[in-house]
Design a protein around this ligand. Structure first.
Ligand code: ATP
Length: 331
């Protein structure tokens, strides 16, 4: 049995159908990401699981119990918000103990658990600091410790890394994933960042227009997108359609080939012209217009080439080729 079972979940705000019939099973100990563009309904789903929003229709079960209309404090879940929502006048340890104090856990037990949580987020020694005396990443860790200290079955994370700069964000992605493995709590993570979703998740639910478009492991979402939306939102879509599909693939329909699966500058293959060259350091991105009528992005590792070599390819005639199994039908 799944830890969380969501069936037919829907929610409208006036005319806006924010969530339009979502079914989702989440397993115990899983790191699942709700990924989608702004307004796709992922936060509303998270808020309904947390109990901050009441669904118009559908059910949410946790451990077999129907929690659809329970108040937030009666659910065995905790939320970490993007703005951390720490109490500014309380020091770190008091912030972390807060949930336990509300639950009337005695002082000794409280302190012990809070110190444990602080250690888990690698902040031992910071007990007496105020939130204003911490960096963004440290505040984020305190918010995590505060949510973990109650040992909820499920931790809900609403764009928790959104306020951090890129380097710190990437570091926290790794730490967060490690922490999740360590504590074994189910994480439901909301983001609009596809790279973040691919890096961290056991499974990804891709949202658009209030619905789940695809639910699968990161590699499957990336390599076998089920439709044009998923192909375009997770990675570069590289669509081959209409006449181009007939000429190049001998098939009708719409297909996608990921940029790193395409080889450029071979003696044979689909003929085209290099329109743009972007030197990225370890790799180069080429934008190629095929004679058959498709524009494809190609990514190549700079194993032997220098920047001068690759830049000189702009405007050149080239051939592109790829393995048959790298072509995916998306429509
Ligand atoms: P974002 O990444 O921007 O948070 P999202 O995918 O999480 O986007 P939601 O926040 O779930 O999307 O919003 C889905 C739709 O519902 C949007 O069109 C949004 O404007 C609308 N919406 C969400 N909350 C409310 C509300 N309290 N009142 C009115 N409309 C709302």
């Amino acid at each position: 049995m799944a830890l969380i079972e969501i069936r037919g979940l829907s929610k409208s705000f006036g005319e806006v159908k924010a969530v339009a019939g979502v079914d989702l099973d989440i397993n115990a100990g899983e790191f699942i990401t709700l990924l989608g563009p702004s307004g796709s309904g992922k936060t509303t789903v998270l808020r309904m699981i947390a109990g901050f929003e009441d669904p118009d229709a559908g059910t949410i079960k946790l451990n077999g119990e129907d929690i659809t209309h329970l108040p937030p404090y009666d659910r065995d879940v905790n939320t970490v918000f993007q703005d951390y929502a720490l109490f500014p006048h309380m020091d770190v340890i008091t912030n972390i103990e807060y949930g336990l104090r509300v639950k009337k856990v005695n002082k000794e037990e409280r302190r012990k658990k809070a110190l444990e949580a602080l250690e888990q987020v690698r902040l031992s020694g910071y007990e007496k600091r105020k939130p204003s005396q911490l960096s963004g990443g440290q505040r984020q860790r305190v918010a995590l410790a505060r949510a973990l200290v109650n040992r909820p079955s499920v931790l809900l994370l609403d764009e928790p890394l959104g306020a951090l700069d890129l380097k710190l964000r990437q570091q926290m992605q790794i730490e967060l994933k490690e922490l999740q493995r360590e504590v074994g709590i189910t994480f439901i993570f909301v983001t609009h960042d596809q790279e973040e979703a691919l890096t961290m998740s056991d499974r990804i639910a891709v949202f658009d227009k209030g619905k789940i478009q695809q639910l699968d492991r990161p590699a499957a979402i990336y390599e076998k997108p089920v439709n044009e939306f998923v192909a375009g939102f997770v990675g570069v879509s590289n669509l081959i359609t209409g006449n181009a599909a007939q000429t190049l693939l001998g098939k009708s329909g719409t297909f996608t080939v990921r940029p790193e699966k395409i080889q450029i500058d071979k003696a044979q293959g689909a003929a085209g012209t290099v329109k743009e060259v972007e030197y990225l350091g370890p790799s180069t991105r080429f934008i190629v217009d095929l004679d058959a009528g498709a524009r494809l992005v190609v990514l190549r590792q700079n194993t032997d080439e220098s920047a001068v070599d690759v830049m000189s390819m702009r405007g050149k005639k080239v051939n592109l080729s790829w393995a048959k199994e790298s072509e995916y039908r998306v429509n």
